[in-house]
Design a protein around this ligand. Structure first.
Ligand code: ZN
Length: 194
């Protein structure tokens, strides 16, 4: 067995669950998955910090416990949170990884998928930089589809859900502007040959 999964010139996942080529900024907000837990679910999120603003350092600061509670009124309400996601896809499609997929990131919170609770145990969480009011970018759909294909090749993923699907009433992301049909259509496209 080789140390990584190669996918036609698309993205590769290393054995410990890093996306090759993605900058890695370690989040302390993670721990081991329960013994025997397989990665069976991909959870799509959206986040922007401050809300509705893109491109700033707030998301990285939140996931690394460095958010300055005085920097924005909203930050005072979230700066004590200990949260993370495995991956963030920026507006331009750039990707940052915070937690290796072999580890449990803290992205879902209280959640349930097909009757199973604690979705963090068995999922990978991907944040799209975005908000409810603004359409996501082409580059984000393309990158999300590419990394989803790579994750599906590396892990026994059985489903894809939005955060709002596994925490209804508590979470709304990725929100009404995320085009699920478009995402699924991209997923079914054959990856580029090369
Ligand atoms: Zn979320």
């Amino acid at each position: 067995m080789t140390s990584r999964q190669h996918l036609d010139s698309e993205l590769c996942i290393t054995e410990d669950g890093r996306v090759e080529g993605a900058p890695f900024i370690a989040s302390p907000n993670c721990d081991a998955r329960p013994a025997g837990a397989a990665i069976e679910l991909l959870v799509v999120h959206a986040i922007s910090l401050p809300p509705g603003e893109f491109g700033g350092p707030g998301i990285v600061e939140l996931f690394t416990n460095r958010l300055d509670s005085a920097a924005h009124p909203y930050y005072a309400t979230i700066s004590d949170l200990k949260v993370s996601a495995h991956l963030l896809i920026r507006r331009d499609g750039g990707m940052v990884q915070f937690v290796a997929c072999g580890m449990r990131a803290w992205h879902a919170g209280a959640s349930s998928w097909r009757g199973r609770e604690r979705c963090n145990d068995f999922s990978v969480g991907i944040e799209l930089e975005g908000c409810d009011a603004v359409a996501f970018e082409d580059a984000q759909y393309g990158r999300l589809a590419a990394v989803t294909r790579a994750l599906r090749a590396a892990y026994p993923i059985r489903g894809i859900a939005g955060h709002s699907d596994i925490a209804p009433g508590r979470k709304t992301d990725p929100g009404p502007r995320f085009d699920w049909a478009r995402f699924y259509a991209l997923l079914e496209e054959a990856p580029a040959r090369g």
